[in-house]
Design a protein around this ligand. Sequence first.
Ligand code: SF4
Length: 357
Amino acid sequence: MKNSTIKHDISKTLINWYQQNKRELPWRDITDPYKIWISEIILQQTRVNQGLSYYLRFVERFPIVSLLAEADEDEVLKYWQGLGYYSRARNLHKASKQVMNDFGGFFPSDFSSVLSLSGIGSYTAAAICSFAYNLPHAVVDGNVYRVLSRLFAIETPIDSGKGKKEFEEVASQLLPVDNAAEHNQAIMEFGALQCVPVSPQCDVCPLSGICLANANGLVDKLPVKSKKTAVDHRYFNYLYIEHNAHTFLQKRTEKDVWQNLYEFPLIESDKLLSVPELFEHERFNSLFENIDNINVLEITNPMKHVLSHRVINVQFITINISELNDKLRNLIQVSFSEIDKYPVSRLMEMFLQQKMV
Ligand code: SF4
């Protein structure tokens, strides 16, 4: 972008548009880096409407970084329950301890220190540094990729190394160094509300006169993505075991989906299993070893948890038993009335809500 006047005009137009059209949100027009950080992490992978209530509950319970650092991870995950991508919550918790231990409890105020915190990448660091401290770091999120690719008809794939670099350069050139906070908010909001992915209303867009995608009929073709993500299917057979008004949980400690959340005993297989197949399964037989009466009461319809590159197919099998063995005693035995204290996945939560009514 050689013409600095055009650059200035684009930024000015975006900021004018923002001032007239922005949504009033609790993390707007604040400079508290801690709260900005929480909002940015929640809004990764989550729509504003869904994230808003989580944000409000989260900052009410953990209004300052020290309270988050002191909290038990189970409680932090409980506040995140239903939002998905739980590594975000685990990293928030970890980073809050870093702020306490490495920065004396003060949220760092320079880009490289912010970037050093767990779970913070270049986008989030730029957002925090510009919104909280007005530092001249350009944000490039999905909305910004879309706006820039269309404005300048950039066909470089946004998911390539070359694309990332190119878009970061264009975004930086557009950024007014003295008003980074408002410019960054403006371009992101413009992408979220005006230059939307499908059928944007270009006829009412204040940038339509200079938008190259609009002039060249490329709006529906941009931005370009190169990779098709291979989708991995997994099959979870959860055993909801009833025994004397108790059931059994285990913690997912492996580095995998839903890490550190709680779940019922699980049999993962290459398809969802029928009752006869369950009774033949090694894990099932090992879990119920020496138990005579195993009554399968119910199997739910299959449910799906769809992630960006993974589909988890789940069914819940309700089983009643009248005695215990050592394997079951080694699990976490939880009374029905206490189970909602444990952080669980959204699918587990939905199943439990049905069970408990
Ligand atoms: S004219 Fe259309 S494609 Fe171009 S910036 Fe405006 S809304 Fe986006």
